[in-house]
Design a protein around this ligand. Structure first.
Ligand code: 9WN
Length: 418
């Protein structure tokens, strides 16, 4: 599947549904590819990093110019990166979107390096990647601290990567949708409408992205600003990876480790909800936590300096009635099984995804929960194979939903097999 999705310089998430390069997909794909071809894994990340903007942002899509414009919406003529993104420093040689995705890249770069340190050193892989990754983190921490409390805000649900999670319903309700007739949804050519976000969701996605574009992709207060637990936890995880990369390159990494620890404390301060027993999203415009339990709020299990009692509570929450792991579910559902908005088939409103389960497998292992991590690993491997490497699955029946032969499902399966 990864061979079939390889374009010569990167891997598509899915030939039909997502025929370009996606930012966090590429990071996960590189983590798997490193076991087959460390060179290709390095190239995957290098292609993405080459599309970085001068202000440090790594765009969520890098468009393949040989794919027809109508194959995916929104296409390059919607984002107009070269013109609308000029002030923010969009690259001239390649067309990209103007929003970002979760910062898994430094973690991926470090893991790719470890797969073949000799090749990595000979090619100067980390020497070239480090300044770009550092600029990426700088962009997020400085330009995206829209709440002023030290955490990064996302300005679009596509940035966080869990597009139609019920966590966004409340903050999104303030956004006036673009009229449905003003755009054409190419996703419905390949995906079933029951499994995809609704037209109303899309109207809001389009409005938010068009407004951001029309402001020249300048960062500042907007209608949608959310501090998300997974996005910030992945930034912290990647900051630890950057500390290791700095050390490998002969520089000191301790300032980065200290920053990662400080960010962990800020995450707890701003997003931990003791009553829910997990992290919640903060709606920055409304100045309050969003009372919805999404898988995003479990991802901080990845953090090594999470207070022990919080880690223990998170483990209980993953295995309790809201997520059912080890009981009614084998993979972690994307949203609260008991939540009002739960839907076992609709995208990020219930189905289980492989990338988040992979992250939680890692988190459980890091927190010393070996038995649970082993069981989740088994569940991922079994379900990936049985579902044809689906994009996502019904959390109860493991029935395949969305695309099959999906990039990160194949890549992360490979990773768990090693
Ligand atoms: C919008 C590519 C991407 C993933 C996201 C997933 C989905 C895109 C879409 O596909 O989002 O970016 O068109 O629905 O939600 O996490 O990166 O696989």
């Amino acid at each position: 599947m990864l061979e079939a999705g390889w374009t010569g310089s990167s891997t598509v998430p899915s030939r039909d549904l997502y025929p370009h390069q996606w930012s966090w997909d590429s990071a996960f794909i590189a983590i798997g590819l490193r076991h087959l071809s460390p060179l290709r894994a390095q190239t995957e990340l290098e292609t993405l990093l080459a599309a970085q903007w001068a202000d440090g942002r790594i765009p969520h899509i890098v468009f393949n110019p040989s794919v027809p414009l109508d194959a995916y919406f929104p296409s390059p003529d919607f984002w107009r990166s070269a013109t609308a993104g000029r002030a923010a420093g969009a690259p001239r040689t390649v067309q990209t979107s103007g929003i970002v995705q979760p910062p898994v890249h430094a973690l991926a770069a470090w893991l790719v390096h470890l797969a073949d340190p000799g090749l990595s050193r000979a090619r100067g892989f980390l020497t070239r990647a480090y300044p770009r990754l550092a600029a990426w983190h700088r962009y997020l921490l400085h330009r995206r601290d829209l709440g002023g409390g030290g955490l990064v805000s996302v300005v679009h649900p596509w940035e966080q990567g869990m597009d139609n999670s019920p966590c966004w319903d409340r903050p999104l309700s303030r956004v006036t949708p673009a009229p449905a007739r003003s755009f054409r949804r190419a996703d419905l050519d390949h995906g079933s409408p029951e499994d995809r976000p609704t037209d109303l969701d899309y109207g809001r996605y389009v409005r938010l992205a068009a407004d951001y574009r029309d402001r020249g992709y300048a960062d500042g207060p907007g209608d949608f600003m959310v501090e998300d637990p997974a996005f910030n936890a992945l930034l912290i995880t990647s900051e630890y990876a950057l500390a290791r990369i700095a050390h490998e390159l002969g520089a000191a990494g301790s300032a980065r480790r200290t920053r990662a620890e400080r960010l962990t404390a800020t995450l707890v301060e701003r997003l931990w909800d003791p009553a829910a027993g997990m992290f919640l999203c903060r709606d920055v415009r409304a100045g309050e936590l969003v009372p919805e339990r999404g898988v995003t709020g479990l991802v901080p299990l990845l953090l090594p300096t999470l207070p022990r009692d919080l880690a223990a509570t998170l483990v209980r929450t993953v295995c309790g009635p809201h997520f059912g792991l080890g009981g009614s579910t084998r993979l972690v559902p994307s949203y609260d099984l008991l939540g009002e908005a739960f839907d076992p088939h609709r995208y990020w409103r219930g189905p289980a995804w492989f990338n988040t389960s992979w992250l939680l497998e890692r988190g459980l292992r890091l927190q010393g929960e070996r038995g649970r991590a082993d069981a989740l690993r088994k569940g991922i491997l079994h379900t990936a194979g049985a579902s044809g490497f689906a994009e996502y699955v019904d959390p109860y029946t493991s029935q395949a939903c969305g695309a099959t032969g999906f990039g990160w499902t194949a890549a992360l399966t490979l990773d768990l097999l090693h």
